[in-house]
Design a protein around this ligand. Structure first.
Ligand code: KG4
Ligand code: ZN
Length: 328
């Protein structure tokens, strides 16, 4: 079995995965969303302190599996430096005390592996990662051969939902609340320009939409619930149309058989429906992770670690460190 740890942002999570069967034997996550909600975003120092109490609490519950462990996996990049360190130090301590090898896991690769929890992996695969920190198209050929072919020039998709939510005093995270309000709104009421629609660039940009929404918020009646719902629906429509436009461009330029959407924002059912239509149009298989594994979790980190373990890709104790900015 492999014990995996995730602490790259505001979720403390530990999983135990059986190597041969890929079965998830234990999985627990303590989310800090409520603790950060009043600040409208994650406060790194607070997040680190919360991990320092939550991770040992979960670890205690997983102790019955210690005797069967063969490796310790941990997210070491990218993420918030002070929160990554909490997980990395716990992994090192476990590695030394249980005399086990360590496996460092890139969080973005982990999100791709959310598709393969308790399943075989499928490569080659192109994936759109949409989360709070990232918006990028990744070409994945194997567990250690992945490359980014398009990314955001500024804000990420999930971040734009968080920022719009903050402007409307709807709390953090913004994605779920905006999606819910948008369901009862008129998506055609406000016209927001889709970013980079005349640009040949295969890239994303969300800072412009955010500013258009800010200007519109100044004009609406913030006490009128219907105005807020219409604004959420119109914003979600434009933000999603941008993803669709750029992925359509990518599909036209490349022969894609299997495509996936991963990351916390891939829970959005409006986004899922639009991509289902797009993939049908191009006769592409769309792969989606179960909703419970879209946001940050240790199960996806453990699933990645199984493939790394089989190739004996271990990380020496001395070189394992948190790389907050690292990507690929
Ligand atoms: O993957 P994740 O849990 O953490 C990161 O690695 O960033 O993603 C969290 C992000 C937040 O920005 C959150 O607002 C967004 O995903 N999100 C959504 C939805 N659910 C979560 N965005 C849009 N629609 C949703 N339903
Ligand atoms: Zn994530």
């Amino acid at each position: 079995m492999i014990l995996s740890i995730e602490s790259s942002c505001d979720d403390s999570s530990i999983a135990i995965t059986e190597i041969e069967t890929k079965k998830l034997l234990f999985h627990k996550k303590i989310s800090q969303e409520l603790n950060h909600s009043k600040y409208g975003g994650v406060v790194p120092e607070l997040a680190a302190r919360l991990h320092a109490t939550a991770l040992p609490k979960i670890l205690e519950e997983s102790k019955i599996f210690f005797k069967d462990l063969k490796a310790i996996a941990v997210t070491n990049e990218p993420g918030l430096s002070v929160t990554l360190i909490e997980g990395v130090l716990m992994a090192k301590a476990l590695g030394i005390s249980l005399n086990l090898p360590l496996i460092a896991v890139n969080h973005l690769k982990g999100h791709i592996y959310s598709l393969f929890i308790e399943k075989e992996s499928l490569f080659p695969l192109s994936a759109l990662l949409i989360s709070g920190g990232h918006t990028q198209i990744i070409e994945a050929n194997s567990f250690d051969n992945m490359k980014t072919v398009a990314k955001t020039l500024d804000d990420s998709f999930g971040e734009s939902f968080d920022k719009v939510s903050k402007m409307l005093n709807l709390g953090y995270p913004g994605g779920p609340v905006i999606e819910k309000l948008a369901k009862e709104g008129d998506e055609n009421r406000f016209k927001f320009t889709i970013p980079l629609s005349n640009s040949p660039l295969l890239a994303f940009s969300y800072s412009g939409i955010k500013n258009q929404v800010r200007l519109q918020i100044e004009k609406i009646d913030k006490n009128n619930p219907q105005d807020i719902k219409d604004l959420c629906a119109s914003f979600q429509k434009a933000a999603t149309a941008h993803l669709i436009q750029k992925c359509k461009k990518y599909f036209k330029q490349n022969r894609i058989k299997d495509f996936a959407i991963v990351g916390g924002a891939s829970q959005n059912l409006y986004v899922r429906e639009k991509f289902l239509n797009l993939c049908n149009e191009f006769k592409i298989n769309l792969h989606l992770a179960p909703l419970k594994y879209c946001s940050d979790n240790a199960a996806m980190i453990g699933r990645y670690a199984i493939d790394a373990f089989k190739e004996e890709k271990f990380t020496p104790l001395k070189t394992l460190k948190a790389n907050p900015q690292s990507t690929f």
